[in-house]
Design a protein around this ligand. Structure first.
Ligand SMILES: Nc1ncnc2c1ncn2[C@@H]1O[C@H](COP(=O)(O)OP(=O)(O)O)[C@@H](O)[C@H]1O
Ligand SMILES: O=P(O)(O)OC[C@H]1O[C@](O)(COP(=O)(O)O)[C@@H](O)[C@@H]1O
Length: 329
């Protein structure tokens, strides 16, 4: 019988985390479950920094970006001592379970706590990177794509006006999901992401050839290359400099950065967050433990937390082929 649970948001914040918190609190209320919200990710758990979350606290937050509980990374949890301390806090607050909204890193942290905690642990996937196995989409990804698109469309206007080459850097530490999706939707001429192989000065020609080909075909015109972060030694500005030198044309870099994490969640993220937040509570009531509440083919599903970071999720190979064979001309 579950009477009291905790919730926290951890890792990179993502639009829709508030919608997930709201769904968790509202669903828990129906089951007469009290909810405690920990502040600043796992840090709030270690420091016992928390607040009671009642339905009135989550009113009108569905449309808000960020997270009302704040998010953070927590170094201490990487130690065994930190995991023990987190489990002890959950026991001392008499929590029957904890719901962690975050990415695969946060789920690894959750599993570390599981070694010392007797209650139930459930994950809800929230990260703009969409790099979590076991769910088609993570909360925040759809909004991040729209935010990136909005910016790239504006860059296209100025790139067209000056007939310039622009490199737009998008987020995604280990995954090209944001870059491939936003690049396709923006009609970018080239897309560079980790899944396409390592790019260095030595194989720069792979980028130069399609640019030179396009120049022959269309003459001087705007050309947008969407680049995932960490794709080139020295970063996207260094890549723009290298291209400028090789082509003898000024290439401009635009680093979109954290703007991709902010803003009001789009409808798809609000719906996904509401569904997964509610499902997480219901499945916890049904006895689920060490599982992530994900969505596959529009169906809410449980997936083992231990497998969420296996990096089996591939970016769409069909769109990769299409981009590489057709769109770059
Ligand atoms: N291997 C691990 N062991 C214990 N805790 C971890 C581990 N990996 C990540 N965490 C915890 O989860 C937090 C968030 O992880 P991170 O990878 O930064 O973000 P995300 O959850 O979005 O992938 C980390 O700051 C840390 O507290
Ligand atoms: O905000 P920080 O600490 O600079 O982290 C930036 C990273 O966080 C993200 O925005 C989200 O990553 P996580 O969800 O895995 O934390 C990445 O795309 C980016 O590389």
């Amino acid at each position: 019988m579950i009477k009291r649970i905790g919730v926290l948001t951890s890792g990179g914040d993502a639009p829709g985390m508030n919608a997930a918190i709201r769904a968790i609190v509202l669903t828990a209320a129906v089951h007469n479950i009290d909810v405690i919200g920990f502040h600043h990710g796992f840090n709030g758990l270690l420091e016992q920094d928390y607040q009671m979350l009642l339905p009135q606290h989550v009113q009108h937050i569905i449309q808000q970006g960020g997270t009302l509980l704040k998010s953070a990374r927590c170094k201490a949890l990487h130690t065994d001592n930190g995991a023990q301390q987190a489990a002890a806090a959950l026991h001392s607050l008499q929590l029957d379970g904890l719901i962690v909204i975050g990415g695969d890193g946060s789920f690894r942290g959750t599993l570390a706590i599981a070694k010392y905690y007797q209650g139930q642990l459930i994950g809800v996937p929230g990260t703009i990177d969409n790099d979590v196995d076991g769910t088609d989409y993570t909360i925040g990804f759809a909004t991040a794509i729209d935010t990136a698109l909005n910016a790239i469309d504006k860059i296209r206007d100025t790139a067209d006006a000056f007939e310039r080459i622009f490199l737009v850097e998008l987020m995604g530490r280990h995954s090209g999901y944001i870059t491939l999706s936003a690049g396709i939707a923006a009609g970018a001429e080239q897309i560079i992401c980790p899944e396409f192989g390592t790019l260095t000065e030595a194989n720069l020609q792979t980028i130069l050839t399609p640019i030179q080909h396009a120049q022959l075909l269309r003459g001087k015109s705007s050309y947008i290359i969407v680049v995932a972060e960490n794709s080139y030694p020295g970063g996207t500005t260094a890549l723009a400099d290298a291209l400028s030198k090789a082509l003898n044309i000024e290439c401009r870099a635009c680093i979109l950065g954290h703007i991709q994490r902010g803003g009001s969640p789009v409808g798809a993220d609000r719906i996904l967050a509401t569904k997964l937040g509610a499902y997480a509570v219901e499945q916890m009531v049904n006895g689920a433990n060490l599982m992530m509440a994900g969505e596959v083919n529009q169906q809410a599903v449980l997936y083992p937390l231990a497998k969420t970071g296996d990096k089996q999720k591939q970016i769409d190979p069909y769109m990769v082929r299409w981009q590489q064979c057709i769109a770059s001309d």
